[in-house]
Design a protein around this ligand. Structure first.
Ligand SMILES: [Zn+2]
Length: 600
């Protein structure tokens, strides 16, 4: 494979790394026996089937079949390439990677992300220094003080300021010898129409946007007066994806976990004020609607117990839109959701300063569930006249149709019929009608592109392309009892394999397990085919006990089966000869040739 980081280096990194520690930073894991389990970040589930083995240093999901080692996990979860994943683990454990081990292309890829993150970090310091220490930050300091922001919060969230002007940052970047292309890629500057660049952020308070592991991935800027746009965010970059990012998640994750609930607000200041008032289990969406991806990430961060999300809104309309879009996603993630509606004219910022956190807590206690909120408000909007009821049904039926859990759907349907005073069968009919429309289920509003084509994948139960169970079992046996490899080789078992993928896998296993240092999780680095990797991880996860006898039994079964198939083939060839079916005969003969070739 096209990997230039040496095996020794990989082994060193793998030995230093702990998969449980790395995954725990992203998914809430609970000890279960000798393994750790959590809710799978790759498919929707209510009971944890995502399993991480500390002993074997691999993960495997019994629900969707996702599996692999630490690098495979990071590649998929963080959306990075293999060298980037290796780099991330090495960095976490303080191992420096010799760059000469990588191809120029890999070096470029791996270092681009590193460079962008490092650049963002420096730029964060630059903006922060102006806010805290520079005379040009005087006005901004005054502004934040007026808004009641504590110095502590300002420092914890690394707020910054950039003065008026088109090249404040550019001059700093030049002085620091940062390439303009890199800064443009980071979304910090933009090209002018003619020639050169200008600063994206000007005369704004700067909010660094940090991912769950604490790295600066983007920036948000807010004006201090009424100029437009009020908020400006970094564009999407190789390290920043809006639909996946929640502001404050790094600071909030511990509290989300320990309290089992999270507040979701809309703005930067709302979030800061919540934290300042001790409501530290708060995150903010960044000018985008809450996506399924957001909800899944929150649910993973909040742990596997009972958990609840409070969507905090300052208007009915925002609440109704969010409710319609996200009820299904919250249900799928087994996360209760409620809507905290603030009194008119208030946002969390103004409300907390005026009434304090206790009053806010009381509002949350009495918050209606997402569905109750939606029904009440839709009925309030259309009234209970005949036409009103028809409109309410028209609006709620698509939401009900989106709910995949039949029990939940039926309970919500009952709730609707009771609130409207209509016959249940009428609502059911309407829901069925909506569900049957092909467009209703294929397109979910607010769904991010990333999670779209990536539904639950086929688990080990659906291994159609790898037909021969015996071949599968042989490979499993080789992994679970490496002592059997000698006999497999002696009897040339792998040469008789008909599935070329399994044959390659078997050869890899026999090659790798002969080298002491490779270890099972290291073997996964050599498998590029996703399905093969899943299969391998599932074998590794099993703790089957293979005695000498059961190994011998499996191998003789295998040989007998091959012999039987060979005899069947000879039988078929004889029949084809007798009936003069030349076409069939040619086919069978070439099959026989293939079988013979496999033995060499
Ligand atoms: Zn899964």
């Amino acid at each position: 494979m096209a990997l230039h980081i040496s095996d020794d280096m990989l082994a060193e990194i793998r030995n230093a790394a702990d998969i449980v520690e790395m995954i725990s930073a992203r998914v809430y894991l609970k000890k279960a026996g000798k393994d750790f389990v959590g809710l799978c970040p790759f498919h929707s589930e209510k009971t944890p089937s995502f399993t991480v083995s500390q002993g074997k240093q691999i993960f495997y999901c019994f629900g969707c079949g996702a599996g692999g080692n630490i690098f495979n996990f990071l590649m998929r979860y963080d959306g990075v390439s293999f060298p980037e994943a290796v780099q991330a683990v090495a960095r976490h454990y303080g191992i420096s990677l010799p760059e000469k081990n990588m191809s120029p292309e890999q070096k470029k890829q791996a270092s681009e992300r590193e460079h962008l993150l490092a650049l963002n970090h420096r730029v964060m310091q630059f903006y922060k220094n102006i806010l805290l220490k520079d005379s040009r930050g005087q006005g901004a300091r005054q502004y934040l003080k007026q808004r009641g922001m504590d110095r502590q919060i300002i420092e914890r969230f690394n707020l910054g300021y950039v003065p008026e002007g088109w090249d404040n940052l550019i001059r700093f970047l030049r002085k620091s010898r940062v390439s303009m292309e890199m800064a443009e890629k980071a979304g910090l500057i933009a090209p002018k129409k003619q020639k050169g660049y200008y600063d994206r952020f000007r005369n704004r308070i700067i909010f660094p946007i940090v991912d769950i592991s604490g790295q600066v991935i983007a920036f948000g800027g807010r004006v201090m007066d009424d100029s437009k746009p009020k908020y400006l965010n970094s564009p999407e970059t190789p390290v920043y994806h809006k639909g996946r990012t929640l502001y404050g998640i790094h600071e909030a994750r511990e509290q989300c976990r320990s309290r089992g609930c999270v507040f979701i607000v809309e703005g930067y200041f709302d979030l800061l004020v919540m934290h300042q008032h001790g409501l530290k289990n708060t995150v903010a969406t960044l000018g985008t609607a809450l996506t399924r991806d957001h909800i899944r990430r929150l649910s993973r961060a909040a742990g596997s117990g009972d958990k609840k999300a409070y969507l905090v809104f300052d208007s009915d309309e925002a609440g109704i839109n969010a409710a319609k879009r996200t009820i299904g996603a919250f249900l799928e993630e087994s996360m209760e959701a409620a809507v905290v509606l603030l009194p008119e004219g208030h946002d969390p910022d103004s409300y907390l300063f005026e009434h304090g956190p206790e009053a806010f807590d009381r509002l949350a206690q009495g918050a209606p569930s997402l569905f109750e909120f939606l029904i009440e408000n839709t009925i309030a909007a259309h009234g209970k006249s005949v036409e009103g009821k028809v409109r309410v049904m028209g609006e709620i039926a698509p939401v009900l149709a989106e709910i995949s859990d039949p029990v939940a759907r039926s309970l919500y349907t009952r709730h609707l019929t009771e609130s409207l005073g209509v016959d249940e069968s009428a609502v059911l009919e309407k829901v069925r009608e909506t569900r049957d429309k092909p467009s209703a289920r294929s397109k979910r509003p607010g769904e991010s592109k990333l999670s779209e084509g990536k539904g639950p994948e086929k688990g080990p139960a659906a291994r159609e392309p790898l037909q021969d169970r015996l071949e599968v079992q042989v490979v499993a046996m080789m992994i679970q009892n490496p002592e059997s490899i000698a006999e497999v080789e002696e009897r040339n078992i792998l040469d008789y394999f008909e599935d070329p993928g399994l044959q390659a896998l078997g050869k890899l296993v026999s090659r790798q397990l002969k080298q002491e240092q490779a270890g099972v999780s290291g073997m996964l680095n050599h498998v590029e085919d996703e399905q093969q990797r899943r299969l391998l991880a599932s074998f590794m996860m099993e703790d089957a006990c293979w005695g000498r006898e059961s190994c011998a039994l499996l191998l003789s079964q295998f040989v007998q089966c091959k012999q039987r198939r060979k005899n069947d083939l000879l039988e078929q060839i004889r029949a084809a000869e007798q009936s003069n079916d030349n076409e069939l005969l040619t086919k069978l003969l070439s099959k026989k040739q293939k079988q013979a070739a496999g033995r060499r």
